[in-house]
Design a protein around this ligand. Structure first.
Ligand SMILES: Nc1ncnc2c1ncn2[C@@H]1O[C@H](COP(=O)(O)OP(=O)(O)OP(=O)(O)O)[C@@H](O)[C@H]1O
Ligand SMILES: O=c1[nH]cnc2c1ncn2[C@@H]1O[C@H](CO)[C@@H](O)[C@H]1O
Length: 434
């Protein structure tokens, strides 16, 4: 496990490969490992530049993700092909992206539960998916299917906005028996998306997601839900709120999804509202940057030395140097919030915003895993006197998530093509204090 954030801090582990005491411990007891597990919809993103008329012709709603009927999807594909509009093809899926990015950042294992075409043809979409996925992502549990994996037409209009049109293929055919309990032993988190429940009523995907949640709970693995698109939430708020209350530790969303869920337009107020149902919130807000909200123990709160920020909650970032905890593990829980503006004000040229939110979430998950890893290997560390959800503070995670989003904005693909530059390993020194 490569560590996130302040890697030179005294709690960094493995502390120093040259320290004879540490070397000894490592020889006697191999380090305990952890991994991230996710239930995904295996999808290839097919990117094309189109105009607004194209979206109108295919009845697509700009900025969102819609599932098309097979014949409509074929019509759309034919037009893209005939007009030679397809520019890139990448592995996609919000969960696949998150797991891949996690594996790249942590240089460690993640497990994808999903489907894969059993008869692979070289050059096919399934083949492309596998070739361009991190070798740290464990694909051994995938369920073989006879049909194609999903295709996500990623349509970029002149204003830089992206609209998704989905041809499902067999992406929702994952059956519960392909969700093995073994994948949850020692897992640091289970990550799911709200997209998993929008298949046909006869699709087994929803039951598979519920099976995964059942195992996660059994093994005390936090459940992290990313909201995907506001259309999955709108009109079903009550259902989602019950779902969050019952199953979810951490929710990740952008400001539109946050509004659909909470009715609050302001991302800070929306994040605050979501704390009524979950323990930790990541809310991205495009050019505004991102917010986090969560709980910490009153006695353990740590005051920020950064400027206090104005917002709909006065001095909301006052305790952002605290580490997130579940509400239940606090005796006197207090709410903590943090915000960060886009890294360096955002890239000079945004290649594509596709995947920026997934990138932010993968950084948070990396930090959660680092905590589990550190706790398993250095249980007596002062870091673990209280049961925290993450290794770093709210503030540090905001910085890290934002930095990773920036990296995705500067490239076409929705997944990180490589880790962050090594010279930035210590965020404080190399980047934030510039
Ligand atoms: N126009 C922009 N300028 C600067 N930074 C941006 C811009 N858009 C996004 N970002 C950065 O990327 C992060 C995530 O972006 P955004 O809120 O667009 O995610 P999202 O809508 O969930 O994306 P996706 O669903 O495509 O993964 C933001 O917190 C911000 O740091
Ligand atoms: O219905 C869906 N299920 C799963 N992933 C999706 C769906 N629609 C879009 N994306 C994925 O969202 C990523 C960016 O966040 C894209 O890579 C796209 O593949």
């Amino acid at each position: 496990m490569k560590f996130p954030g302040q890697r030179k801090s005294k709690h960094y582990f493995p502390v120093d490969a040259r320290d004879p005491l540490v070397a000894q411990i490592q020889q006697e007891n191999p380090l305990s490992r952890t991994h991230l597990v996710g239930v995904g919809q295996t999808i290839v993103d097919i990117e094309a530049r189109v105009d607004d008329a194209f979206l109108a012709r295919h009845n697509l709603s700009k900025g969102h993700s819609l599932v098309l009927e097979e014949d409509k999807a074929e019509e759309l594909y034919q037009e893209l092909k005939e007009r030679n509009l397809i520019s890139h093809e990448y592995p996609g899926d919000t969960i696949g992206n998150t797991l891949h990015n996690y594996s790249v950042l942590a240089d460690d294992a993640s497990i994808l539960l999903g489907v894969m075409s059993q008869d692979l043809k070289i050059g096919s979409y399934a083949y492309r998916y596998l070739c361009n996925t991190s070798s740290r992502m464990d694909l051994d549990y995938l369920q073989p299917v006879s049909g194609p994996i999903g295709r996500c037409y990623t349509l970029i209009t002149e204003d830089g906005e992206r609209t998704f049109a989905i041809n499902e293929g067999d992406m929702n055919q994952l059956r519960p028996e392909f969700v093995p309990e073994a994948a949850f032993e020692n897992a640091s988190a289970l990550v799911l998306s709200s997209y998993l429940v929008r298949g046909k009523p006869t699709d087994p995907m929803k039951d598979s997601a519920l099976k995964a949640i059942e195992y996660a709970k059994k093994h005390n693995v936090p459940v992290v839900l990313t909201l995907g698109t506001k259309y999955v939430i709108e009109g079903k708020q009550e259902w989602w709120i019950e779902f969050l209350k019952e199953h979810v530790t951490c929710v990740a969303m952008n400001e539109e999804e946050a509004e659909a869920l909470t009715g609050e337009k302001d991302p800070l107020l929306a994040a605050d509202k979501a704390l009524e149902w979950v323990d930790l919130v990541l809310c991205t807000a495009g050019p505004i940057g991102l917010y986090m909200a969560g709980y910490t123990e009153d006695e353990l709160k740590r005051e920020s030395t950064l400027p206090l920020l104005p917002g709909r909650i006065a001095e909301f970032n006052k305790y952002e140097f605290s580490r997130p905890m579940t509400k239940a593990s606090c005796e006197n829980p207090i709410r903590v919030y943090s915000h960060i503006a886009p890294y360096l004000g955002g890239p000079v040229e945004i290649k594509n915003t596709n995947g920026a939110g997934d990138a932010a979430l993968s950084a948070l998950l990396h930090d959660m895993s680092a905590n589990v890893y550190h706790k398993a290997n250095v249980p007596n560390s002062a870091k673990h006197v209280a049961k925290c959800l993450t290794y770093s503070s709210f503030s540090q995670i905001c910085q890290y998530s934002n930095r990773v989003s920036y990296q995705v904005l500067t490239q076409h693909a929705p997944r990180l093509s490589r880790g962050l530059p090594e010279r930035e390993d210590c965020l404080e020194e190399a980047y934030w204090e510039r």
